[in-house]
Design a protein around this ligand. Structure first.
Ligand code: NAD
Length: 252
């Protein structure tokens, strides 16, 4: 449990909010007092997460493809119309994998992973920042989700590693450009976390990674949500442009 009320009445937009990590982030932010706009390409998954949050009536669910500029513009406008303000906190969790070894990786699978993970993070960050600046809002916090794989690479994930390295560069640049508006931008870099995404990885491969984690286990979505809540909150008010690894010490 976090410090209750640390995000009291703050409006937070979470993309990929219907997923494993995104769902945990929504739950954590809501427990700390935030009103949460749960967005996901899978609208039913977003609605299910929103209905389970603390103070369920205060939140709302939205279906949106983060990789489509018009869809993201609609999303942020709809969130603003529903809640009467732009989201001061945004956690960009939407992501996909299309794993294949380089020699077999198709152009389509390369493009799709870059489209969702990198372009989607760009579009969401830009739309939220624009809305905050236009509203003259006093500050904000954008948290992007990279991956430690973006730093160290991973067999079968040339597309994903490239996209996640891109997320870090994007985030640091946004941090520099948006600092004068009081908007902070930071990335979290999870290691291997048990979610529907990693359920696709063969158990033997996951066990191999788990055996190498100094803290002795795979991550849980809550481990990542804890750090997102800290980066969203005023307790991190002097942190921007940072990448925080949440890996249990893997690849340190
Ligand atoms: P997940 O599959 O449970 O959740 C991803 C969510 O994103 C899903 O709900 C999916 O519907 C949504 N999504 C996919 N494409 C979308 C689109 N175009 N528009 C809107 N929503 C879309 O996976 P997860 O493990 O919770 O991953 C969350 C984030 O964490 C991703 O960015 C992922 O790359 C990153 N990450 C995960 C791990 C891990 O080990 N699970 C490690 C490092 C980074």
């Amino acid at each position: 449990m976090g410090s209750a009320g640390r995000l009291s009445a703050v409006l937070a937009l979470v993309t990929g909010g219907g997923g494993g990590i995104g769902g945990a982030v929504c739950a954590r932010l809501a427990r700390e007092g935030a009103r949460v706009a749960v967005a996901d390409g899978d609208a039913a998954a977003a609605a299910a997460v929103a209905s389970r949050l603390a103070r369920a009536g205060e939140h709302a669910a939205f279906g949106a493809d983060v990789a489509s500029a018009p869809a993201v513009a609609h999303l942020v406008a709809d969130v603003q119309a529903h809640f009467g303000a732009p989201p001061a906190v945004c956690v960009a969790c939407a992501g996909v994998t299309r794993d294949a070894f380089l020699l077999r990786l198709s152009e389509g699978d390369f493009d799709e992973v870059l489209r969702v993970n990198l372009k989607g993070t760009f579009l969401v960050t830009q739309a939220v920042a624009r809305a905050l600046v236009e509203a003259g809002a006093p500050g904000g916090s954008v948290v992007t989700v990279g991956s430690v794989v973006g730093k160290v690479g991973n067999l079968g994930q040339a597309n994903y590693a490239a996209a996640k390295a891109g997320v870090e560069g994007l985030t640091r640049t946004c941090a520099k450009e948006l600092a004068r508006f009081g908007i902070r931008c930071n990335a979290v870099l999870p290691g291997f976390v048990a979610t529907p995404m990693t359920a696709k990885v063969p158990p033997k491969v996951l066990q191999k990674f788990a055996d190498q984690v100094p803290l002795g286990r795979l991550g849980e979505p809550q481990d990542v949500a804890d750090v997102c809540a800290f980066l969203a909150s005023p307790e991190s008010s002097y942190i921007t442009g940072a990448s925080v690894e949440v890996t249990g010490g893997l690849f340190m």
